[in-house]
Design a binder for this molecule. Structure first.
Ligand code: PLP
Length: 383
């Protein structure tokens, strides 16, 4: 160890990016301030056009958060009481919260131990159990592209098509990801994005979007995000919500979109450096084309090994995160819904184990190979 003070490494870094686009941000923000069009300003429309073009999906609708994107998509399908919504037990809370808010029942599915995405054999087993019980109607599958790795969308779409269920992509962690060159946004009936500051494309507050290839759905989403309004401002066609993306956040996102492709490439480089520097030490995420690398999540042998790794990284001044420490079916708020979803629900062993085994290392486009080497050295020393 030398005595040179070392540059701190951030888990996520929003400052490095900001310094690159600061002049553009200032100009865009100043323009919104002087225009006074804080809601539904032209920047929102411009952003929607650019998001749709980027994803190649036809339509993008700016909304107030990733959570509201999920909610608006489910409201548009009329999902509610008596409906079963299948989703992974190992994901962020919002994925399960939304069906409950709408009166529907989340059915938690286990995940694959290597991809951390929904285990589709388990999904099909649970759909069959719900069908056999006949109490709830299988209505929708919410696939999550966890940590930026696209779920197996062609397979999820096929399952949903066979059962006449709605497929909803929770791509909150994965915008920019693709499958065989087709970007997320082109799969499922709708794709929900979050622009929470630490996501692959983040704003400076809350924001989100819905992507869809269906013009009718896009029109419905626009109505729902504005209290269900119809053609005229004060005509209310349906029960909606206040779920708009504000103009300032759209202006900020437009500046950030200019860097987005480069940043995705930089994230892929960072993942490659981790793979080189950590090879053979701990279980690493598989490098696949189209991974958006929202998070870089390693897996330790067990809870004790993870605790040791956490202590070692803390001592070395390396930040990390644990996504997620508790599977959703064990959350106090969701336990009752889980118990009421399927009479004899099969266990969720992979989701439960991963909560004790995973941890996420620093991942952002402005990490240099030397930073990754420092993180890797600390991990190697403790592995
Ligand atoms: C962040 C996130 C959300 C919610 O997005 P918000 O913009 O914070 O509402 C939903 N699902 C997943 C998987 C997420 O990571």
């Amino acid at each position: 160890m030398n005595d040179m003070p070392q540059k701190p490494i951030a888990l996520f870094d929003m400052q490095a990016q900001q310094s690159l686009i600061r002049a553009k941000l200032d100009a865009r923000i100043a323009h919104v301030l002087s225009s006074g069009r804080f809601i539904n300003g032209p920047e929102v429309v411009e952003l929607e056009e650019r998001l749709a073009a980027f994803a190649g999906c036809g339509h993008a609708v700016g909304v107030s958060s990733g959570t509201d994107a999920l909610q608006i998509a489910m409201m548009a399908e009329g999902i509610g009481r008596g409906d079963a919504v299948f989703l992974p037990a190992f994901t962020y809370t919002a994925t399960a919260e939304v069906p409950l808010v709408l009166g529907a029942t989340p059915v938690f599915c286990d995940v694959d131990p290597l991809t951390f995405n929904m285990d589709l054999a388990d999904l099909q087993r649970r759909i069959a159990l719900v069908e056999a019980e006949g109490r709830l109607r299988p209505r929708a599958v919410v696939g999550v592209d966890l940590f930026g790795r696209p779920a197996d969308w062609p397979a999820i779409e096929a399952i949903c098509a066979a059962k006449n269920m709605f497929a909803l992509d929770d791509a909150a962690q994965a915008f920019g990801g693709d499958i065989g060159g087709r970007r997320l946004g082109c799969f499922a009936g709708a794709t929900a994005l979050s622009f929470y500051p630490t996501k692959t494309l983040g704003c400076y507050g809350d924001g989100g979007a819905l992507l869809t290839q269906d013009a009718d759905r896009a029109a419905l989403y626009r109505s729902l995000r504005t209290h269900g309004e119809g053609g005229g401002r004060y005509e209310v066609l349906r029960t909606g919500m206040n779920g708009r993306l504000d103009t300032l956040q759209a202006a900020i996102l437009l500046c950030k979109l200019d860097l987005f492709e480069e940043e995705l490439a930089a994230r892929t480089r960072v993942a490659g450096w981790y793979a080189q520097h950590l090879d053979g030490t701990v279980a690493l995420p598989e490098i696949i084309p189209g991974h958006a690398w929202g998070l870089y999540t390693i897996k330790l042998e067990d809870a004790a090994a993870r605790a040791r790794m956490q202590e070692a990284l803390k001592a070395a001044g390396i930040p990390f995160g644990v996504y997620y420490p508790k599977p959703l079916h064990h959350q106090p708020a969701y336990a009752a819904a889980h118990a009421g979803s399927i009479g004899q629900a099969p266990p969720l062993p992979v989701s439960e184990a991963l909560c004790h085994e995973v941890m996420s290392l620093p991942m952002h486009p402005y990490l240099e190979e030397g930073d990754v080497a420092r993180v890797a050295a600390a991990v190697r020393a403790a592995a």
